[in-house]
Design a protein around this ligand. Structure first.
Ligand code: AHM
Ligand code: MG
Length: 346
């Protein structure tokens, strides 16, 4: 959905020009965040290139162990991780990186930088090797540790509302970068032949309601009663359609544009959900709130969850306001009934 652009920039503006314009709106800004966003965009272009020729690398790789850069053949998610880290280290604006691919915080050595980045360099592992849409997710914080020292886990455990920017890159039928610095959400579509991102969706607003639900229904029998009931109502009474790619960024992006809800409830294998709070759920929750949608774990807004560890997981429901409100009120009602039943049985 496209609405009028608060910055009065025409669609077709390059990402660079947009970032510069945004920076001009803050006279005391130092340009570090702007440069960091440019570094992320650059890394995504490199990853986009790797993804586009992934099939080809496989063919050439079958005859030897090295790729065109003379590096050992690696899986695309590992390549993406390396590319991102390299771009952020060389860019110089980030003191520490938290990546889904690394257990520990990565120290960039840029101890005088003010920002840290939490990221999933390439999400959608089951889709990576089969030419289905995948994505990069990122979240940016201003560090709380002292300038001149390495990054600490506290820099990353500030809570979702402390994000200064967040976004994702979807490598799909076209490549698109969607991000927010807390003043609305804008999207930039990549023009391959020019090597540039161009503003394509301004001040994005998520529809308040929607007809799409996205959940892995293979787990249906493992879901709690109110979740099952909610899904059955969507199917039978609300006339909703199921759409599930199994790539969070792709499912999220479609629902952001069209309206709908994405659910990852507890399952037997993942009793606290599967998705990671810091670099999957916080950034998407930040974006969805900016676009007028909602993100909840069923009990509280995702952005209000107090984080306790850098790789923690969470249950997540991301979607149009009306759908998430309905789900959370169903869950509340169910919990209240259980409490009452317990109280009367005592
Ligand atoms: P990953 O980080 O290993 O790629 O897993 C995250 C992915 C999401 O992109 C997707 O929404 C979800 O896992 C799908 O999980 P499932 O296969 O259990 O439905
Ligand atoms: Mg992931």
């Amino acid at each position: 959905m496209q609405t009028s652009n608060s910055l009065a920039l025409p669609v077709g503006t390059t990402l660079d020009r947009f970032i510069n314009k945004q920076q001009e709106a803050f006279p005391y800004s130092t340009g570090e965040l702007s440069q960091l966003l440019r570094d992320i965009a650059l890394a995504s272009k490199i990853i986009n290139r790797e993804i586009n020729r992934a099939g080809l690398i496989d063919i050439t790789g079958a005859f030897g162990s090295n790729n065109v850069q003379g590096e050992a053949q690696q899986k695309l998610d590992i390549i993406a991780n390396i590319r991102f880290i390299r771009a952020l280290v060389n860019g110089g604006q980030v003191v520490g990186i938290l990546s889904e691919e690394d257990d520990e915080i990565i120290q960039t050595g840029n101890v005088n930088s003010k920002y840290v980045v939490a990221m999933d360099p390439l999400d959608g592992s089951s889709n990576i090797d089969v030419n289905v849409s995948i994505g990069t997710i990122f979240s940016i914080y201003r560090r709380v540790s002292e300038i001149g020292t390495p990054a600490t886990s506290e820099d990353f455990l500030q809570g979702g509302r402390k994000q200064v920017a967040a976004g994702y890159i979807l490598y799909g039928s076209s490549t698109i970068m969607v991000y927010s610095t807390g003043k609305g959400v804008n999207a930039f579509t990549y023009e391959n032949s020019l090597g540039e991102y161009f503003l394509s969706h301004t001040s994005m607003e998520m529809p308040q309601d929607g007809k799409i639900y996205s959940v892995n229904e293979a787990y249906f029998n493992q879901f709690s009663n109110p979740i099952r009931q909610f899904i059955e109502n969507l199917r039978n009474e609300s006339g909703c359609m199921a759409r599930y790619i199994g790539s969070l960024v792709a499912d999220f992006h479609r629902n952001l544009l069209k309206g709908g809800i994405y659910l990852y409830p507890p399952t037997r294998k993942a009793s606290n959900g599967k998705l990671r709070l810091l670099y999957e759920c916080y950034p998407l929750a930040y974006l969805i709130e900016q676009a007028g949608g909602k993100a909840s774990n069923g009990q509280e807004d995702i952005l209000d969850i107090v984080p306790t560890s850098i790789h923690q997981r969470t249950i997540v429901y991301l979607g149009s306001e009306k759908l998430v409100d309905k789900l959370t009120s169903d869950l509340d009602a169910f919990n209240n009934t259980i409490v009452q039943q317990l109280a009367t049985s005592l």
